[in-house]
Design a protein around this ligand. Structure first.
Ligand code: GUN
Length: 292
C-alpha cells in the first residue's frame, strides 16, 4: 500500500508556483492577487480562508480578505462581488461558502465574473468543464486529478466509482475522470444516497472517490483488493483529547481499508492541501490571462 502524500505534493506545487511568480515579477508583471470574501464566523470557513491566505504568501501572491458580519444583506454582498469584478488589481476571488440562509447562494455565485471565478463554481465554468473547454476547474476535483497524475496511477479504461453527487466535488470529478487525457478516460459511475446496491457497485471499482461527508462510510467490505481510494471527507468530529476539541474524519474507515489498497489518501494530509493548491493554480492562470 502506498500512502498518497497530499501535503508534500501540495508543498512541491506551491514551490513551483512561487518560482513562476518570481519569473513573472522579474519580467515586470504584477504578482497574482487572490481575494476572499468571508461572511460570518463559521469555524470551518475561518480555517479554510486562513489556509488560503497562508498559501498565497507561500506562493508569492497578493491576498485580500474582505470580512462581513452574518447580517449583511444580499444586496450589500452582491455590491462587494461587483466591486471585486471591477477591481483591476484583483485577478481572482472566492466567496467562501456556506452563506447565511437569507442569502441566495446561487445568485451570488452567478454574480462573480467567470474570468475571476477561481473556484470554478459559475455556470459558465461548470459548462466549460462539462464539454472539455478550457476554464476554471473546481479546486478539489482538480487537486484529485493532480494527485493521480503525480503518483502515475493508471486511469485509462479503469472503473472509477464516485460516491456523492455534489456540484463542488462529485459531479465535476466524475466529468474529469471521464474526459480524454493523460488522467481520465475512465469508466465512471456516480453513486449517491438513492443508489441501490451501493456496496456492490463500489466493490467493482479500481478507483474509489468518496465525497459523501459521512465519517467511515466506506468500509473494507466495499473495497476490492488493489483499489485506489481517494477520501474527500473532512467532517469535524468531537475529540476531547485535542486542543481544538475536534478532529477531522474522512469518509473512509482508513484502518480497515488501507491494507487492501494499492494507493490511499489520508485525512488530514491527502486531498485537503491539494484543494488549496488548485485554487492557487487557478489564480496563477487568471493572472496570466489578464496579463495577455
Ligand atoms: N466551502 C467549502 N469548500 C469551499 C470551496 O472550495 N470554495 C468556497 N468558496 N467555499 C467552500
Amino acid at each position: 500500500m502506498t500512502l498518497i502524500d497530499g501535503k508534500q505534493t501540495a508543498a512541491d506545487i506551491k514551490k513551483e508556483i512561487a518560482a513562476e511568480v518570481e519569473k513573472m515579477v522579474a519580467q515586470g508583471m504584477r504578482r497574482p492577487h487572490l481575494a476572499a470574501i468571508l461572511v460570518g464566523h463559521d469555524g470551518g470557513s475561518e480555517t479554510y480562508v486562513a489556509s488560503k491566505v497562508k498559501a498565497c504568501h507561500e506562493c508569492g501572491f497578493e491576498s485580500s480578505l474582505l470580512r462581513f458580519e452574518d447580517n449583511i444583506t444580499e444586496a450589500e454582498l452582491l455590491k462587494a462581488v461587483d466591486d471585486l469584478n471591477n477591481n483591476p488589481e484583483v485577478d481572482g476571488f472566492i466567496v467562501q461558502l456556506p452563506l447565511p440562509r437569507h442569502i441566495d447562494e446561487q445568485r451570488v455565485i452567478e454574480a462573480v465574473d467567470p474570468a475571476k471565478d477561481v473556484d470554478g463554481f459559475h455556470p459558465i465554468n461548470v459548462g466549460k468543464l462539462s464539454i472539455g473547454l478550457p476554464g476554471f476547474r473546481s479546486a478539489t476535483p482538480a487537486g484529485i486529478i493532480e494527485l493521480l497524475r503525480r503518483y502515475h496511477i493508471p486511469t485509462r479504461g479503469k472503473h472509477c466509482v464516485v460516491i456523492g453527487r455534489s456540484n463542488i466535488v462529485g459531479k465535476p470529478v466524475a466529468q474529469l475522470m471521464l474526459h480524454k487525457g493523460d488522467v481520465g478516460d475512465a469508466t465512471v459511475t456516480i453513486c449517491h444516497s438513492a443508489s441501490e446496491n451501493l456496496p456492490e457497485i463500489v466493490r467493482q471499482a479500481d478507483i474509489i472517490i468518496a465525497a459523501v461527508g459521512r465519517p467511515g462510510f466506506v468500509t473494507a467490505d466495499m473495497v476490492k483488493d488493489g483499489a485506489t481510494v481517494i477520501d474527500v471527507g473532512t467532517t469535524r468530529v468531537p475529540d476531547a483529547t485535542r486542543k481544538s476539541g475536534f478532529r477531522l474524519s474522512g469518509d473512509v474507515d482508513f484502518d480497515s481499508v488501507a491494507p487492501k489498497c494499492a494507493y490511499i489518501t489520508p485525512v488530514p494530509g491527502g486531498v485537503g492541501p491539494m484543494t488549496i493548491c488548485s485554487l492557487m493554480l487557478n489564480t496563477l492562470q487568471a493572472a496570466h490571462q489578464r496579463n495577455t
